[in-house]
Design a protein around this ligand. Structure first.
Ligand code: ADP
Ligand code: MG
Length: 582
């Protein structure tokens, strides 16, 4: 710190917030000007010190926007000074366009109170600690959502699909995320997946006690693998408590867009969405996440999957899969796919039934519904998801280091497991696999555990009498959503929240014109389709549903992933998982 000047009164400022630290520093860039820095529990105020008081410019940084602060020695041995840098991601107006997005700002100060470099470093560390701690305590207030904090220091296992999106997830990681994690002092191990289901197998076998969070950098498909890998474990009940994080690196980044939306932020896409989700990850607030159990009745063996986002049949499912060939355009592939499918609009026949949320609530005390054997036979002794306590801090989790096959030091605090040797081969395999002929996702092992589906009866029995059976049998689409966004720019279920315990069921009846359907999709950008009073669109909040397509062949997607085609039923399990979001 440069020579002290008249310190302000270290008691109350504006009668609100107490000044915890005050100091005067130069910056890393220039020692010509000095700045007065004062830290309260809410913000860091920086003011240039000039002889003319009128010329003093004051900048206030809200600690809610701060991901961390680090102290370090000078690179130059002859410099006795030490430094601390605080990293902020405030919303700023975009360059050359409307709207705001989180943008990085670094504030770096030089501490040179005396000639002893150790004392200077200690002072810089004192500031870095104080700023980091105050930032960690600045959490958003959201009505009705209970957040806990991820354990700190937080050890993260980061799983990245190098082929997701336009195939740039790794460069997006090194270009944006790596630096943010370093700024927030979050040690992480990066595993680049080698093939489909690699992440699923990895988390199925992992020693989770070594990790505080499992973070996915990809589209929704990789998180689908991770959720199902966790639910396939003997210890699923504890495993699924591991906080999950999502960083959008894919083309279908619906959950990432949803958590950005839940944070109350204006819509953004691509790299701005990545920065926003990276920021939320660094803040480390954990919310509860609903999961829906999806039972597929198709031969030869009924399967049960866990889904965090959506179940789709008809138009949306077809676009999901057909748009694979437009992957090179990134998230815009869904827009292109939608236009193409509109041109060849078709009708899908089947039977749809659901349990309305109000009916389920009224009947929740009744126990006369026999549970579905496909799911309950192996889970009869496990308690329901609703019995989970809401933890106030993360439970210990870990990961077996033997699973990290090749590891090289990339930057402090980061292990990298690259598997570039077969990058090209797997890339080709990927294209083939993700094309039109992609085989349905066949899990090596269906989830053994999971809570029983108390609202479902076996698929070969009629639905319970309190269910609503839809009279129509000709549909353009059936879409069940449990998060707000279907893709980065489609707000299919604007009312949905992370843990509302609801399936937001939409169906569009046959007979809708192409023009009206297009208008609905355009309105969906703002979630306005729900209020469009379209007689062909039906929206119901439900707890369970059953869909029985009549055709022998077709497409059903779960979280955007292709699953075995045939009769399917699903039930939501409120707050089963945990997600880093705010
Ligand atoms: P996108 O949104 O771009 O489609 P996803 O995360 O949904 O990205 O991933 C697409 C598919 O790739 C998913 O089915 C996922 O299981 C699969 N996958 C994950 N890792 C790999 C890999 N290394 N090679 C090929 N496919 C992979
Ligand atoms: Mg929901």
């Amino acid at each position: 710190m440069d020579e002290k000047r008249d310190e302000p009164n270290l008691s109350y400022r504006n009668g609100i917030s107490q000044i915890q630290l005050y100091g005067e520093f130069t910056t890393k860039a220039s020692r010509k000007f000095r700045y007065a820095a004062s830290l309260t529990e809410r913000d860091l105020t920086v003011q240039k010190i000039t002889s003319a008081p009128a010329g003093r410019s004051k900048v206030v940084f809200n600690l809610r926007d701060c991901v961390g602060c680090r102290a370090f020695k000078a690179d130059d041995n002859t410099d006795v000074g030490a430094y601390f840098s605080a990293y902020f991601y405030p919303f700023k107006k975009r360059w050359m366009s409307s709207g705001v997005a989180r943008q990085r700002t670094e504030q770096c100060f030089r501490v040179a109170s005396g000639l002893d470099p150790h004392l200077n470093l200690e002072e810089a560390q004192r500031w870095a600690r104080a700023i980091s701690e105050s930032s960690a305590h600045q959490r958003p207030q959201r009505n009705g959502v209970v957040y806990s904090e991820v354990r700190r220091p937080c050890k993260v296992l980061l799983l990245l699909n190098p082929h997701s999106g336009k195939g740039q997830a790794l460069s997006l990681f090194t270009g944006h995320v790596q630096r943010m994690l370093h700024e927030a002092s979050i040690p992480h191990t990066l595993v680049v997946t080698e093939r489909q289901n690699h992440a699923r197998e990895l988390v199925r076998e992992a020693d989770l006690t070594k990790w505080d969070a499992l973070v996915i950098m990809s589209g929704d498909g990789l998180l689908f693998e991770v959720v199902n890998g966790l639910m396939e474990r003997e210890d699923w009940e504890e495993a699924i408590q591991t906080p999950l994080g999502i960083l959008p690196g894919g083309s279908g980044n619906a959950l990432a867009a949803s958590i950005h939306h839940y944070a109350g932020s204006q819509p953004v896409s691509s790299e701005e969405l990545l920065v926003s989700c990276g920021f939320l990850l660094c803040k480390g607030l954990v919310a509860r996440l609903d999961l829906t159990s999806v039972c597929l009745g198709s031969a030869p063996q009924p399967q049960r999957l866990f889904s965090f986002l959506s179940l789709a049949w008809g138009f949306v499912a077809d676009v999901d899969i057909e748009s694979e060939k437009y992957r090179h355009v990134g998230a815009a592939r869904f827009t292109v796919g939608t236009l193409v499918r509109l041109a060849s609009l078709r009708v899908y026949q089947g039977k749809l039934a659901y349990l309305p949320a109000e009916t389920a609530a009224a009947a929740s005390t009744s126990t006369d519904t026999p549970p579905c054997p496909a799911s309950s036979s192996t889970t009869s002794e496990v308690p329901s998801a609703h019995t989970h306590p809401h933890p106030t801090s993360s439970s210990p989790h870990g990961f077996c280091s033997s699973l990290v096959c090749r590891s090289s030091r990339a930057s402090p605090g980061q292990n990298v497991t690259h598997t570039f040797h077969n990058y090209c081969n797997s890339n080709n395999a990927f294209k083939a696999k993700r094309g039109q002929d992609k085989p349905p996702l066949a899990p090596a092992l269906g989830p053994r555990g999971g809570p029983p589906d108390s609202l479902l009866v076996p698929l070969d029995q009629p639905v319970p009498s309190d269910w609503t059976v839809v009279p129509e049998e000709d549909f353009v689409l059936v879409l069940a959503m449990y998060q707000s966004h279907l893709s980065e720019d489609l707000q299919a279920a604007p009312d949905s929240t992370l843990e509302d315990g609801l399936i937001h069921l939409f169906y569009i009846k046959a007979g809708i014109s192409r023009a009206t359907l297009l208008r609905l999709f355009l309105a969906m950008e703002k979630g306005a389709h729900v209020d469009a009073s379209c007689p062909h669109l039906v929206y119901a909040k439900v707890r369970a549903l059953r869909l029985e397509p009549y055709s022998a062949k077709g497409t059903i997607t779960v979280d955007g992933e292709l699953v075995d085609y045939g009769p399917v039923q699903a039930q939501v399990h409120g707050s089963l998982a945990r997600l880093i979001a705010s």
